[in-house]
Write a protein that binds this ligand. Structure first.
Ligand SMILES: Nc1nc(=O)c2c([nH]1)NC[C@@H]1CN(c3ccc(C(=O)N[C@@H](CCC(=O)O)C(=O)O)cc3)CN21
Ligand SMILES: O=c1ccn([C@H]2C[C@H](O)[C@@H](COP(=O)(O)O)O2)c(=O)[nH]1
Length: 736
């Protein structure tokens, strides 16, 4: 059997695999590039980005990964010139001093990161920090003490590890010395192995070895040169098995490191450096390295640099090397590319530990959000029950607190036309939020009242209510004969985008769950695609915070929840009832339009609001008292005459008031808009009657041509005579 010669292992020749590429889906036929060996690395990254599996990982980042890709093979010397080659990647600057220092640190058998840190090399700092060691159960270790990692296994395999300070001279197996001995004395040995994988010690290590198993091979090709003593000079080849390969950060280091180790051994053993072959198990690209690597793979590699080892030939040992012994000539890489070293579990713990209030994000007392699954589609829709009562009482007693409740996701094609609003979301005083589509592409979530006749286009736009979003109205109450004694109420109040939303992922959710495909796959596991009214609800909570901010800038430091709700609903758009009563049972008063709401807050002559009976606000021109009904007079608030200039206008006015708890309206207040000789009533369109069911009323009056308008809140009936009722009205007028 003749060993293969250096020259036969051409650049990018690929491995001599037994299986044909098509039989192993993770293997790709090597691309045919004219020359540069660096393309093996770049092509592997391209394959991972194109075909890698998106997987969760220990660090919580997520990776794209391929298992057992083609080996990479690098030549370590130029047969023609005899010059040594260092495969140091050129498509980004690799921190060579750190690579050399780390290698010498392994060779020295050191297991503490401190000497590296002292040289300004921080690559092991993350794994040696107090927090990290504590997180992997190594609290008894000093900072920097990584346990029996590479250096210890290379030089003292099998010795009992105490700590990084102990002198282990003479203990355990010095694998590296044995490798040198065999290369010198028994070059045909098939057992020239360096293994860092020691199962008995894994638990004591800060990080189990990634580059874990190397084998060396001395080849004697036919044309091998003859040495002074008449023997043939061998050529040294090495192969590395690396179980876990961080393509962006670790692998450029690992390639250079094992190439250098092979060069050192060749020098010490008087061998010609041949090739380094890199075998990978899990070859991965961290999700947050994707952009950097996409940039890198577009670059054109330059020549690998030349290595010169400045060490005299006498008394050569594998020990005692210094960084200065290596000279690298002609390294002219492209610019460095920053890639983050991955956050590890301990950092997540740390964040949670240091910020106990971080999860859940809590905006109380200004905004609170409740979402609870209570409605059972198999039984029946719940009406206004104990939960709704509790919520309404709470809000009535805390009138500055905005409570948002997700309408829930119980609508289905099969019960089209039915309503699903129940218990919590049936409360009068909260803001019940349904979901509409978003501008992000999505499919399958358009509400389809007639599934049998449905078209195939199910994408849902931001003007459509999402298929799943629970429909209103609330359940009417009936007497034993089935007669409606109290009709249904308008719910949800508003909708907001809740399809294919990309919210921050809670780290309480398992990593597997965070990266699984839902409405799309996020490339960053801190974010995930989700749909639901519980996606729409926080979005409205954010809108409420913005509205509060705008109100505060306007001088309203402590506005009531009713005012916030009135402002929000006043500018919400119901796409199916633009000119009618302005509401329906899919999206309530419509999709929120927060910028439009904010625009109306700085009072212009054509928009305004009152926060009637708000005792928390100190003083403001527009502040008015609460409505009060006595035995002789009905409570009324009437705005000053609002002057409208030339032309046709559209007026929208909204009344919201915190009604005391109870299924029926306790205090029935109506909204009336008067213009010239005609008037419109809340929620009635152009009909003459009044709404006796809802404590949210809106008037949309298109084509208003009168010169003056007045807006009126009028008590129709109070359950308790002489009681007081706070109320908020917001209005806006626009030229048509
Ligand atoms: N996730 C991860 N990837 C690794 O490659 C890795 C670990 N962890 N933990 C332990 C060792 C340490 N190694 C590292 C660690 C950091 C860099 C790194 O940050 N390299 C930067 C330059 C660093 C500097 O300038 O200080 C680079 O851009 O290559 C490289 C190798 C390889 N290892
Ligand atoms: O020399 C190294 C050391 C580490 N890595 C990478 C490979 C992985 O991304 C992490 C180790 O995490 P595990 O969960 O233990 O696999 O570090 C590397 O590429 N090269």
């Amino acid at each position: 059997m003749s060993p293969s010669a250096t020259t036969e292992l051409g650049p990018a020749s690929g491995p001599d695999v037994q299986l044909k590429p098509e039989e192993t889906p993770t293997h790709k036929a090597p691309r045919q590039h004219a020359s540069h060996e660096e393309y093996q690395y770049l092509d592997l990254i391209r394959d991972i980005l194109e075909e890698g599996e998106h997987r969760p990982d220990r660090t919580g980042t997520g990776t794209y990964s391929i298992f057992a890709p083609n080996q990479l093979r690098f030549r370590l010397s130029d047969k023609n010139t005899g010059k040594l080659i260092l495969p140091l990647l050129t498509t980004k600057r690799v921190f060579l001093r750190a690579v050399i220092a780390e290698l010498l640190w392994f060779v020295a058998g050191s297991t503490t990161s401190t000497p590296l840190t002292e040289q300004g090399i921080k690559i092991w700092d993350g794994n040696g920090s107090r927090e990290y060691l504590d997180s992997v159960g190594l609290s008894h270790r000093e900072v920097g003490d990584l346990g029996p990692v590479y250096g210890f296994q290379w030089r003292h395999f099998g010795a009992e590890y105490k700590d990084a300070k102990t002198d282990y001279t003479g203990q355990g197996v010095d694998q590296l010395a044995e490798v040198v001995h065999k290369l010198k004395n028994n070059p045909y040995d098939r057992r020239i192995i360096l293994s860092a994988w020691n199962p008995a010690d894994l638990k004591k290590m800060a990080l189990p070895p990634c580059h874990m198993f190397a084998q060396f091979y001395v080849s004697f090709p036919k044309d091998a040169p003859t040495k002074a003593d008449g023997s043939k000079q061998g050529t040294l080849h090495s192969i590395l098995y690396q179980r876990s390969c961080d393509m962006g950060l670790g692998v450029p280091f690992n390639i250079a490191s094992y190439a250098l180790l092979t060069h050192m051994l060749a020098k010490v053993c008087d061998l010609i450096p041949g090739t380094f072959t890199h075998t990978m198990g899990d070859a991965h690209v961290y999700c947050d390295h994707v952009d950097a690597l996409k940039l890198q793979i577009e670059r054109v590699p330059k020549d690998f640099p030349e290595l010169v080892i400045e060490k005299s030939d006498d008394d050569l040992s594998i020990d005692g090397w210094r960084v200065e012994d290596f000279k690298v000539l002609g390294y002219d890489p492209h610019k460095g590319i920053a890639m983050k070293i991955r956050r590890t579990d301990y950092e997540v713990d740390l964040i949670l530990h240091e910020n106990p209030n971080l999860h859940p994000v809590d905006l109380a007392p200004y905004v609170a959000q409740i979402a609870e699954d209570k409605w059972d589609p198999k039984t029946d829709q719940l009406g206004y029950d104990q939960d709704a009562t509790t919520i309404d009482r709470f809000i009535h007693e805390h009138q500055d607190l905005v409570i948002l409740i997700a309408a829930e996701n119980y609508a289905r094609e099969r019960n089209a036309g039915m309503s699903q609003i129940s218990d919590n979301s049936a409360a009068k005083n909260c803001i019940t939020v349904g979901a509409c589509g978003s501008t992000r592409s999505n499919d399958g979530d358009r509400y389809d009242p007639n599934p049998e006749e449905s078209s195939t286009n199910k994408a849902v736009s931001s003007a459509d209510t999402a298929r799943f979003s629970s429909r209103g109205p609330t359940k009417p109450s009936r007497d034993p004969q089935g007669q409606i004694v109290f009709p249904d109420r308008i719910k949800p109040d508003v909708v907001a985008p809740g399809v294919a939303v990309l919210p921050a992922a809670s780290r309480v959710v398992s990593l597997y769950d965070r990266v699984r495909e839902r409405d799309g796959v996020s490339s960053d596991t801190d974010w995930l695609f989700m749909s639901g009214t519980s996606m729409a609800t926080p979005l409205v909570a954010g809108c409420v915070a913005l509205i509060r901010e705008a109100l505060q800038k306007n001088g309203n430091q402590h506005s009531s929840a009713a005012l916030v709700k009135a402002l929000l609903i006043n500018r919400a758009v119901n796409y199916s009832s633009l000119t009618g009563a302005g509401y329906d049972h899919e999206s309530g008063f419509g999709r929120v339009d927060v910028s439009s709401t904010i625009a109306m807050i700085s009072r212009s002559p054509l928009s305004g609001f009152v926060d009637g009976g708000n005792k928390l606000e100190s003083s403001s021109v527009y502040d008015v008292s609460a409505l009060r009904e006595t035995l002789t007079t009905a409570g009324t608030w009437e705005s000053p005459a609002i002057t409208i200039f030339e032309g046709r206008h559209k007026l929208v006015a909204t009344l919201v008031y915190p009604d005391p708890p109870g299924e029926r309206l306790q205090n029935n207040v109506n909204l009336i808009v008067r213009a010239g000789n005609s008037e419109r009533h809340g929620n009635m369109g152009s009909e003459p009657g009044f709404d006796h069911t809802d404590n949210v009323e809106r008037v949309i009056w298109e084509d208003l041509s009168s010169k003056t308008v007045t807006i009126v809140a009028q008590v129709q009936a109070f359950t308790r005579v002489s009681s007081e009722q706070a109320f908020a009205i917001a209005w806006s007028i626009r030229a048509m």
